[in-house]
Design a protein around this ligand. Structure first.
Ligand SMILES: C[S@@+](CC[C@H](N)C(=O)[O-])C[C@H]1O[C@@H](n2cnc3c(N)ncnc32)[C@H](O)[C@@H]1O
Length: 185
C-alpha cells in the first residue's frame, strides 16, 4: 500500500502482537502487546462501516473454522463498502502449522471456503470476494542466503499452486500464504 493510501483511513491489525503493521492500529488480547486496542476476537469493538481495512498476520490459524467465520462476519459489519481484509497464515505444509495452539490448517484453496456459496455449510453469505492470493516458500520478509532461489521458488509455486503444494514435502513445505478479500455485500 502507498503512503498516501493510509491517509484518512482506519486500518486495524488484528492480533498485532509486538509489531502492528505500519499505518495500522493494533488490536490484541494481550496487555503486554503493542496494541492500542485490547480486545478478544471474534468480538470487534468498532462501529458498523467504520473501518477501511483489516489485516491479520499469523492469527486466524489460532481459531477453529466456526470462530473464523464469526471473525469474518464481524469484520464485514465493521468494514466500509469495498473495505479489504488482508490475511496471512502459515501454509498447512509448514511444519510450524502443526503447533498445538493452531486450530486450523490452510491451503491455497482454503479462501474459497470463505467466498464461494455451497462449498461449506458455514459459508458467510456472499459478503466478500477473493481479490488475490499468493504462496511464499519462505517468510515474506526472508533476508537469508540465496534470495534468487527463494524468488524463483515463489514464482514456481505460484505458477501451479495446487500441484506444487502437493509436491512441497519434497522441498521443505511452503511457509505461508497471503490473500486479500474485499467486502461486496
Ligand atoms: C502468532 S502471534 C502473531 C503476531 C503478529 N501478528 C505477527 O505477525 O507477528 C498471534 C497473536 O494473536 C493474538 N491473539 C490470539 N488470540 C486472540 C484473540 N482471541 N483476540 C485477539 N488477539 C488474539 C496473540 O496474543 C498474538 O499476539
Amino acid at each position: 500500500m502507498l503512503e498516501e493510501d493510509f491517509m484518512n483511513k482506519i486500518l486495524i491489525d488484528l492480533g498485532c502482537g509486538q509489531a502492528p503493521a505500519p499505518g495500522y492500529i493494533g488490536l490484541d488480547i494481550k496487555r503486554t502487546s503493542k496494541a492500542a486496542v485490547i480486545g478478544r476476537l471474534p468480538h470487534l469493538p468498532f462501529k458498523n462501516e467504520s473501518v477501511h481495512g483489516f489485516r491479520a498476520r499469523h492469527v486466524l490459524e489460532h481459531f477453529f473454522s466456526e470462530e473464523i467465520f464469526a471473525i469474518l462476519r464481524a469484520a464485514s459489519s465493521c468494514l466500509v463498502q469495498d473495505g479489504e481484509f488482508i490475511i496471512i497464515v502459515p501454509h498447512g505444509t509448514n511444519p510450524a502449522a502443526a503447533q498445538l495452539d493452531h486450530k486450523s490448517y490452510w491451503s491455497y484453496n482454503s479462501p474459497l471456503t470463505i467466498v464461494k456459496d455451497g462449498l461449506h455449510d458455514e459459508w458467510i453469505g456472499g459478503k466478500f470476494k477473493l481479490e488475490c492470493r499468493k504462496l511464499y516458500w519462505m517468510r515474506q520478509d526472508y533476508q537469508g542466503r540465496f534470495p534468487w532461489l527463494v524468488k524463483w521458488m515463489n514464482w514456481m509455486i505460484n505458477k501451479r499452486p495446487v500441484v506444487m503444494e502437493r509436491l512441497s514435502y519434497y522441498f521443505g513445505g511452503i511457509y505461508e500464504m497471503e490473500f486479500k478479500i474485499r467486502k461486496i455485500g
